[in-house]
Design a protein around this ligand. Structure first.
Ligand code: SF4
Ligand code: SF4
Length: 387
């Protein structure tokens, strides 16, 4: 007897996808030009045509667990060739943004990060945290440790950001923010992976048996070089040159992550406090990474501005703006310190700290979460041998 499949359309989902950049979805008449045009779509059950019909039917549960949505690298080849102007590349991007919102909890924070009117509130959270925790630390520990953790009139003889906001205070705020992001990601990815596996079984892309973690980790190891070298970006036609700017940003983040960890160990293990010499090789890595971050994010902003046939939603500008300003304030606080502009340097440093907090705490809700969700989806595709 034929199996009965019940479809549960979600009309709110169609509206949300439209708002997130899939506004031309309904123009699709299922010609499949997009699936043929896509150079990275598999031959078996190719995307994005089937995602276009599923989205126009409001099949939310199917799409947020569809790993094909994450195999798309938003090159725009399909959008350029679509005879109806339905912008399938943008629809795929909108579904990814919706999926990140759906899996990231608490939901109100996901709404705030995707709402431009909430930017002041999002920045006020770390600002208030620094001020309140700083005053508490001054009152409770300041006398015992002969330290002022938050000092609005630091001595000007030697300009050091630690004289304004003590490194321990920075770590007390940033480390929980970092682990908050890890927790949000862990919760979201667990559900995402489970849903993806169930959906793959239903659609015949995976065998009906539990996910085997050993095999999944092996698939992750095989996938990482593809991600680090941006091999999929290079297969694209229209937006191929975006790969260089993307790589600059990716490797600058890796460089800055290494620098932060080395200085963390230098400070807490070897009691070597900054500011560190410009001749220090770790400082070179920090400066090179900072410049790469500014150049890479600037190129990405330019490319997005030039690509007028591609929809750019708030989520795109939020991420690009955050990354660019992180680079500018990081290098700006360093250069103004070296120039001896104490007040300017401390002010820029404070803004830089607010942006770092935003990067950590709000990343699971922003477009940057794509890096993590796409890695898991690409790994799952490798695990199920979807070529
Ligand atoms: S999105 Fe465009 S190219 Fe793709 S199936 Fe629809 S009409 Fe055809
Ligand atoms: S945007 Fe590019 S990668 Fe994504 S479906 Fe279209 S052609 Fe394929």
């Amino acid at each position: 007897m034929a199996e009965t499949i019940t479809l549960e359309p979600d009309l709110g989902f169609i509206k949300d996808v439209s708002k997130l950049g899939g506004g031309d979805l309904k123009k699709c008449y299922q010609c499949a030009t997009c699936s043929v045009a896509c150079k990275i779509s598999p031959d078996n059950k190719p995307f994005p045509r089937k995602e276009m019909i599923a989205a126009s039917w409001g099949l939310k549960d199917r799409l947020i667990a569809d790993y094909d949505v994450w195999l798309c690298h938003n090159c725009g080849d399909c959008t350029t060739l679509c005879p109806r102007g339905a912008k399938p590349g943008d629809v795929m991007g909108a579904i990814r943004a919706y999926a990140v919102k759906a899996y990231s909890k608490p939901a109100f924070l996901a709404d705030w990060v995707n709402d431009p009117s909430k930017i002041p509130l999002l920045l006020a959270i770390p600002a208030i945290l620094f001020i309140v925790v700083g005053f508490i630390f001054n009152a409770v520990f300041g006398h015992a440790f002969h330290t002022t953790f938050l000092n609005f009139s630091p001595p000007n003889a030697i300009i050091s950001h630690a004289n304004f906001i003590h490194t321990t205070l920075v770590d007390v705020i940033m480390i929980p923010a970092f682990f908050f992001a890890i927790g949000v990601f862990a919760f979201g990815l667990k559900n995402f992976l489970n849903d993806m596996h169930q959906q793959a079984i239903i659609t015949g892309k995976a065998e009906n048996k539990p996910l085997e973690m050993g095999g999944f980790i092996q698939a992750l190891i095989r996938t990482i070089p593809t991600i680090l070298l941006h091999k999929k970006f290079n297969e694209c036609g229209e937006n191929k040159d975006r790969a260089t700017a993307h790589l600059l940003v990716l490797f600058s983040f890796i460089g800055l992550f290494i620098v932060t960890n080395i200085f963390f160990v230098a400070m807490y293990v070897f009691q070597e406090h900054g500011p560190y010499s410009q001749m220090n090789p770790v400082k070179w890595l920090a400066n090179i990474s900072g410049v790469a971050l500014i150049v890479g994010s600037f190129l990405l902003i330019q490319k997005r501005r030039d690509k007028t046939d591609q929809y750019s939603a708030y989520k795109d500008w939020y991420l690009l703006g955050l990354v660019f300003l992180l680079g500018v304030t990081g290098m700006g606080s360093e250069l103004t310190r070296l120039a001896g502009w104490a007040g300017v340097s401390y002010g820029v440093y404070f803004i830089h700290l607010l942006l770092i907090f935003s990067l950590f705490a709000y990343t699971p809700f922003s477009k940057l979460a794509h890096l993590v969700y796409r890695t898991v989806a690409m790994t799952y595709a490798e695990y199920t041998n979807r070529k």
